[in-house]
Design a protein around this ligand. Sequence first.
Ligand SMILES: Cc1cc2nc3c(=O)[nH]c(=O)nc-3n(C[C@H](O)[C@H](O)[C@H](O)COP(=O)(O)OP(=O)(O)OC[C@H]3O[C@@H](n4cnc5c(N)ncnc54)[C@H](O)[C@@H]3O)c2cc1C
Length: 387
Amino acid sequence: MPTPGLDGYIPSWHKPEHDDLAELARNFFAKEVLPHAERLERQGHPDREHYLKAGELGLLGLSVPEEFGGGGGDFTHEAVMLHEQQQVGEGSLGLAVHSGIVTGYLVHYGTDEQKRRWLPGLCSGELVGAIAMTEPGGGSDLQAIRTKAVRDGDDYIVTGSKTFITNGGLADLVILAVKTDTSQGAAGISLVVAEVSAEKEGFRRGRLLDKIGLHANDTAELFFDDFRVPAANLLGSEGGGFFQMMQQLPQERLVIGVGAVSAMQRAVELAVAYAKERTAFGKTVFAHQNTRMVLADCATRTRASRIFLDDCITRHARGELDVPTAAMAKLWLTEGQCEVVDKCLQIFGGYGYTTEYPIAKMYADARVQKIYGGTNEIMKELIARVL
Ligand SMILES: Cc1cc2nc3c(=O)[nH]c(=O)nc-3n(C[C@H](O)[C@H](O)[C@H](O)COP(=O)(O)OP(=O)(O)OC[C@H]3O[C@@H](n4cnc5c(N)ncnc54)[C@H](O)[C@@H]3O)c2cc1C
C-alpha cells in the first residue's frame, strides 16, 4: 500500500498519484463517514448520502474508464481506496463489492449501451451495486444454483432467492447469477442485471441479516417471484455466466486480500501504541519480552503478506493473476488477518474484548473473510487442483 506502514514498505506499483488519492480517501472516510459510525451500526446499513458524497469526490469507480464517469485508473487505485477505508475503520460502505467487483463485471462484459446506462450512476453513487450468487441452499457449489430465468418475449422471468447479499438492503442494481438452462450445470448459468431501485412486482428484499460483525453494512436476502428482467439486461451471452464469474473471482479475492493486509497493519499499529502506553508490573506492556516477540511475529507476517499481495496486484495489472494464485492470496492473507488480529487483541487484555476499542470490532469483522468470496476450504481445493 502506498501509505508507508510500520515498516515503511512501499509497493512496486506505487506512483505519486496514489498518495493524493490516499489522502482524499482517508479524509473522506475519517471526517465524513466515521463520525456517524455508531448510528450506522445501529441502523445496519450505510447512508445513501455517503455513496453520493464518495461519488462527488471521485472515489467510486476509480478503475472505470472516464467516458463512463469513472476515474480512468486501474485496480491499484481501487486497492488504495479500500486500504484507506479499512485503515480508518470505516465499515459501512460496501465499496469492495460496489467498486471492486460490480463495476468490473459491467466494464468487462457490458455492451456499450449497458455501460452508458449503468456505469455513470454507479460512479456518481446514485446507484448502489450488488452481486448475487449465493442461495439459501448453498454458496460453495455455484453450478448448483436454482434461481431460474425463463425467456418470455423481450423479458426473462426470474424466480428464486439469494442470500447473504452484500449491499442487498440498498442495492439498485444487482448482478444476478441465474440458470437460463436448468438442464445444464455450469453451462446453464447466465448473468442478468436486475434493476431493483424501487420495489417492483415480483421483487422483495428480505430482512437485513443479523451478523456477528460488519454491523453497519447491509447484508440481505433477495426474493424473486416471476420478476421480469428485460432480455437486454443479459450480461454477455446466455450460458456464459459461470465462465464470467470464474474470470472475475480472482479480482474479488484480491479485494478481500487488500482488506486483510490493511486490517493486519492496523491491528499491529493499534497494539504497538497500546502496549507502549499500558503498564503492568512496573513497566510498559511493550517492555515485556513476550509482547515484543508477539508483535515482531505479527509485523513480520504483515510485511510478508503485503509483499505477496503486491505481487498479486502486479500480476493482476498485467492480466496474469491466475485462479490458484488468487486463491492462495485469499487463503493465506485472510488466515493471517484472523491470527494477527487475535494476537493483537490479546495485548489489550480485557479492553480488547470491549466494543469501545476498535480491535474488538476488527476481531468480529475479520471472521467472515475466511468465508465469503469462496470459503477457504474451496480455496484449498482450487490450489490443490493444480498441484
Ligand atoms: C457477510 C457476508 C457477505 C456475503 N456477501 C455475498 C455477496 O455479496 N454475494 C454473494 O453471492 N454471496 C455473498 N456471501 C456468501 C458467501 O460467499 C457464502 O457464504 C460462501 O460462499 C459459502 O457458502 P455457504 O454459506 O452456502 O456455505 P456452504 O457452501 O454450505 O458450505 C458449508 C461448509 O462446507 C464447506 N464445504 C463446502 N464444499 C466443500 C468442499 N468441496 N470441500 C470442503 N469443504 C467444503 C465450506 O467450506 C463451509 O465450511 C456473503 C456471506 C457473508 C457471511
